[in-house]
Ligand binder design. Sequence first.
Ligand code: NAD
Length: 406
Amino acid sequence: MSQTTSEQISTTLVLPYLNHAVRMYEAGYASRGDIDAAMRFGCGYPAGPLTVLDEIGLDVVRDGLAARFAETGDSLHKPAELLEKLLADGRLGKSSGRGFYTYEGGDVVVDGETPNADDTPTMRHEIATVGVVGTGTMASGIAQVFAQAGYDVIVVGRTDDKVAGVRAFIDKGLSRAVEKGKLEESAKEATLARLTPATSREALADADLVVEAIAEDLEIKLELFRDLDRIVKQGAILSTTTSSLPIARLAEATGRPEWVIGMHFFNPAAVMKLVEVVTTPLTSAEVDETVRALSAKVGKVAVSCGDRAGFIVNCLLFPYLNDAVKLHEQGLALEAIDEAIREQAGLPMGPFQLLDVVGNDVSLAIQQELHAEFQEPGFTPAPALEKVVADGHLGRKTKKGFHDYS
Ligand SMILES: NC(=O)c1ccc[n+]([C@@H]2O[C@H](COP(=O)([O-])OP(=O)(O)OC[C@H]3O[C@@H](n4cnc5c(N)ncnc54)[C@H](O)[C@@H]3O)[C@@H](O)[C@H]2O)c1
């Protein structure tokens, strides 16, 4: 593949992603630092989109988008108004000392938007015992995060076997760390000793925080939140790690919506640094602050966002992955697209590699939600994505997705 083709592929996919990040910031959905941190710590990207924009130059990105918009007429390619505004103010990015961030000698310096030390969240409520509901992928990882950080963790599942599975999962992961010399045997034992298995939700009565990580189904979660409201003591925080369901609905199912919040962890939860802290209009400021402080205490990076489909990461990531599928539909090879993104954009994985890791069914469901919420024609799921799902080629988990793993 020629250098030019590779660059073109990268530009075609990256520019709309950058534009989308500008619009998210422009709309006040999240701060510049949180948008950038979300993509770094949630996706392993070397830099967040607003930092990338400053590096490339806002003028270059605006011109590239304008050319693409003239070609496609897709509103997602129309340069964000904020880009034009910043350019009119002479803010070209790093090269002019001012873009989304402010620079001196090439380094980011403090400006009016830099959070100050007084903004560092503190624990407004005491948290000692954490309840985790669920026994699947996320629940197991989340239980590990809190137990390793020294919290007593009550793991609630529907059967003894399922709950034992969570302990076995954590034991396996930590044993591997011990073998590699990264963890003391005594630390592993101490972590495991902090886990209390339970098959009755009544065990959560005295928890200070509950993290729900059961099936992504609104009715199932509503039933759980009604029950948690009945069982868990007043003054406890009730959180969900839902990827897509409206958290306000869960909050309204309780008599204490101000105590309900989203803690969107990333998979694998024990490894990925990011937690999107999702507040509804009813979440209390103290609960929000406590959850952000707690996330930092357990070694995570917390970013704040509102109760909207996709939060920060999925909202920026999946339209880009969907665009990659559409580019492939136009005749470009998967491998060429993957390679261009790794080599030119410097991202750790090409889009088709990532789709296969996430699961094409999961990716399609997220893209459908984004399309439904934002009503952007450009968010229409790519037919080739629908086809791989219909064919059962879900990705690594079925040994075949866009790529073959058999
Ligand atoms: N997998 C991810 O990458 C990821 C990332 C972030 C958030 N999430 C969210 O985390 C939550 C759990 O996802 P997961 O990937 O761990 O799923 P999973 O399928 O691994 O686990 C689902 C869990 O829910 C339990 N469950 C199913 N039906 C239930 C019911 N009726 N009552 C009680 N428990 C029930 C299952 O026994 C299992 O323990 C979902 O809300 C998902 O959106 C997933």
